[in-house]
Write a protein that binds this ligand. Structure first.
Ligand SMILES: [Zn+2]
Length: 127
């Protein structure tokens, strides 16, 4: 499971940080999961909660997950738009799928995805 190995990686990272700061307990962590990461938030959260039980340092840590909305920036006209907005324009989609690689303003295909595609440890509280 992808999410489980990510949760495992996060826990290892937390152990390293706790050791570096000579912390006895981690109270709360906030991670940012990019909307393009393909990570299933529920599975990740479940995996983390299961794995943290094995660690006295992390056992009581509260996991908060932040998922920023997916958005794209057009490289031609600099229009910024999100996937949600595209959903409303269903009639314009040629194949019934998500035309997520087409600018809503100028139909350019030169888009940059923003909002992230990775898991980032954003904040950590420990004592
Ligand atoms: Zn454009």
């Amino acid at each position: 499971m992808h999410e489980l190995s990510l949760a495992q990686g996060l826990i290892e990272q937390l152990h390293t940080l706790a050791a570096e700061h000579k912390a006895e307990r981690i109270l709360r962590i906030t991670v940012v999961i990019g909307p393009f990461s393909g990570i299933v938030v529920d599975s990740f959260s479940f995996g983390f909660d299961a794995l943290k039980q094995e660690s006295p340092v992390i056992r009581e840590a509260v996991l908060e997950i932040d998922v920023p909305p997916p958005s794209y920036t057009c490289l031609d006209c600099e229009q910024v738009f999100s996937l949600e907005q595209e959903h409303h324009g269903v009639g314009q989609m040629p194949h019934g799928g998500l035309s997520k690689d087409t600018c809503i303003a100028c139909s350019s295909h030169r888009l940059a995805a923003s909002g992230g595609d990775e898991l980032i440890l954003k904040q950590i509280e420990m004592e």
